[in-house]
Design a protein around this ligand. Sequence first.
Ligand code: PLP
Length: 380
Amino acid sequence: MSENYHLDTLAIHAGQEPDPTTGAVMTPIYQTSTYVQSAPAQHKGYEYSRTDNPTRTALQECMAAIEGGQFALAFASGLAAIDTVLRLLNPGDHVVVGDDVYGGTYRLFEKVHARYGIRFTWVDLTDLDAVKAAFKPETKLLWLETPTNPMMKLADIAALKAVTPSGVRVVVDNTFASPAIQQPLKLGADIVMHSTTKYLGGHSDVVGGMLVMNDESLYQELKFLQNAVGAVPGPMDCFLTLRGIKTLGLRIERHSQNALAIARMLEDHPRVERVLYPGLESHPQYELAKKQMRYPGGMISIILASDEAARRMVSRTKLFALAESLGGVESLIEHPYSMTHASTADSDIAVPPGLVRLSVGIEHVDDLMADVRQALESLA
Ligand SMILES: Cc1ncc(COP(=O)(O)O)c(C=O)c1O
């Protein structure tokens, strides 16, 4: 599909031509594991659904288009997508990673891939000298999130690419932002990774992952691994993700409007010690946010006085559901220290006990503000 279309148009149409035989406007859910062949190895491009499935093809083409990439590969979860990238490496290889990432990413790197001889150096990506110093001859990847989960730190993708030695691939986990906010491939990233469970699916009804890239030989290597390892999504999951993506632009706009209003209110609230949100002038990287991000997004982290205050607040909201995950139409709240990031406890990248993370949904902003306020009042 023409690259000149805007994201909102590509999200609805890319990879989703009306079905040529029936005229169905929506991509069918090809609920099949296999495909008839007219003679041995003679088929219509589909042999077996671990290798390829038409609903998955539609999702992959749509994702490539909205990330501004050439190729995309879908996975059964965000972690399955991350795991597949790590399988490009060999024992003895080294990865430089940002020092604030999703707890499951930390667990996969240090508790699974480290056992196979991959080494990781955790570094503050806002310090370019520290990043340069972390590269070794055996470094193969620079792995980053921006904004980070849960500290909402930003990484300057173009600046990091500029200091990364050639031969080291830059991978950006774009889950917290989504392509409606930033398209890392255009800033020099080699691979964009998503947990499509979050903003892309957008309705908290499906788990999935995605990799998007431009380099064809890298795509072939990853496609080989997608089939060889087999962590693929089923057609129903692909359909749900495709349907969610159609409204991505609209949702991100509303998530961002609501989150900005709530972040401003929180900044003035006496029970909140700090608000971490890239749309606030007080964010240490506000200028970078304006340069790199089209919208500030729907995620806010706040720091309260203590672990106890944080646990109490997350138990008192009525509209914000106490749950892991993020990026759905409904608002969620959680305590990273005891929930999503419990796996980082006692590590160098452990999160503060007083931290509360809000995934601001697209409900009416007045109702959300009232809910957050009453939960904070109950800390008195
Ligand atoms: C930033 C980020 N990356 C990756 C993942 C993992 O994705 P999944 O839960 O779909 O495996 C998550 C999940 O919360 C996440 O927040």
